[in-house]
Design a binder for this molecule. Structure first.
Ligand code: ZN
Length: 218
């Protein structure tokens, strides 16, 4: 199964991906995690990525494309993958189509998680993190047993500085601008699966599995 998963920041994409990789028995390939790992390991790529990020720049598309191409050539991707965080713009999507052709892979589907902006804002501004162990909570959907205190280690919880409404709105605007062309691009290729993710995760997962199976049986 060769899949892409797309969703705005706060859509729960990472959580979905962790469940879906088990169901479809494919590796979850997150470009964000690949860059974070390269940075923490201090590889050449990591150093380059860090220097660009420090200057407020994104990693150039050519580097990301090459990184993805190499990763998908590894043996664990023999039977498929679930790609997360890539492509993030139309130039990357076009390059990715060429990469797939070169690797002789046919993309099965693009899972597009649809959540309203209001819902995303509500989820993000209510996010709380443990100051010691990093565990995540949500005052509405997953409250700690004792307010402001981590269930796991008893340390105080805090709110990330960029988890506020103004910052979230800017991030959503950037995402929506970049993503719309991708939605149209994959719709034109007849690969897009629109999934309602304004519902409990288990229900959304069922919808995804059914949609992917329907897609692949045609
Ligand atoms: Zn904790």
């Amino acid at each position: 199964m060769h899949l892409i998963i797309m969703g705005a920041p706060g859509s729960g994409k990472g959580t979905y991906a962790k469940v879906l990789k088990g169901i479809f028995a494919v590796p979850h390939i997150s470009t964000g995690e690949m860059f974070r790992k390269a940075i923490s390991e201090g590889t050449e790529l990591g150093k380059l990525a860090q220097s660009l990020i420090d200057k407020g720049n994104f990693v150039p598309d050519e580097i990301t494309n090459e990184l993805v191409k190499r990763r998908l050539s590894e043996s664990d991707c023999k039977n498929g993958f679930l790609l997360d965080g890539y492509p993030r713009n139309i130039a990357q999507a076009k390059a990715f189509t060429e990469i797939l052709n070169e690797l002789n892979i046919s993309l099965d589907a693009v899972i597009n998680l649809n959540v309203t902006d209001e819902e995303i804002i509500k989820r993000i501004v209510n996010r709380r993190l443990c100051s010691k162990c990093g565990a995540g909570f949500n005052t509405i959907t997953m409250p700690p047993k004792k307010e402001g205190i981590c269930d796991l280690c008893g340390s105080p919880l805090y709110t990330r500085a960029d988890d506020n409404e103004e910052t979230v709105k800017v991030r959503l605007q950037v995402y929506n601008e970049q993503t719309k062309p991708l939605v149209e691009y994959y719709e034109a290729l007849n690969k897009l699966l629109d999934i309602n993710s304004n519902q409990p995760i288990d229900d959304a997962i069922k919808d995804i599995v059914k949609a992917v199976e329907d897609k692949c049986s045609h």
